[in-house]
Design a protein around this ligand. Structure first.
Ligand SMILES: [Zn+2]
Length: 184
């Protein structure tokens, strides 16, 4: 007897009530993370110790399942190692993207700021300005980075993925390794 494995790809199209429910859960999760962050010593990064302090309260206050409560605690612990402001922005975008059914692409800033958006070659960033030694484009470094990110966004969710990218693909192959969070 052979076992058949089927892979199904589908686009998330939640009904209004499902979207609302997801948004509520994600909101509770985000609120719980903020609350845990505010109610435990800021330099405490050990998740087991954080859990010991807030686990019961998190479950009671935010109505999270045991699994989600633990995940919120772990999230806080790991984000104390990487930076909270960035985490909050990412979290906000994640749940907006999830409820809207669109993928969220995280782009490594190193790629977007060192790549020329005109020709895709490696350029030179000097403070606020960017200069491409290959095509000669020069201008605002943030503008250049934003153009690269917008370019990636237009291609990443096409059927067929990055296939058919124009010549700029050499550099964007780096960008395209960026993790994409798709709602499951
Ligand atoms: Zn260039």
């Amino acid at each position: 007897m052979t076992e058949q494995v089927l892979t199904v790809r589908c686009k998330l199209s939640p009904t209004d009530s499902q979207a609302e429910e997801m948004e509520d859960t994600l909101k509770a999760f985000a609120d719980a993370c903020n609350w845990i962050n505010q109610n435990t010593p800021a330099n405490l990064r050990n998740k087991v110790r954080i859990q010991g302090i807030v686990y019961q309260d998190v479950r009671a206050k935010f109505g999270l399942s045991a699994n989600l409560a633990i995940r919120a605690i772990n999230r806080v612990a790991s984000n104390r190692k990487t930076g909270w402001a960035f985490y909050q922005l990412k979290e906000f975008l994640s749940y907006k993207a999830l409820t809207a059914g669109v993928p969220l692409v995280l782009v490594d800033p190193a790629y977007s700021s060192q790549t020329c958006h005109q020709c895709g070659e490696h350029g030179i960033r000097n403070g606020k300005s960017f200069k491409c030694p290959v095509c000669g484009w020069s201008g605002d470094a943030d503008f250049n980075g934003a153009k690269n990110i917008a370019f990636l966004g237009r291609y990443v969710d096409r059927p067929g993925g990055s296939e058919g990218l124009p010549s700029i693909k050499a550099v964007l192959s780096g960008l395209l390794k960026a993790p994409i969070f798709r709602p499951e």
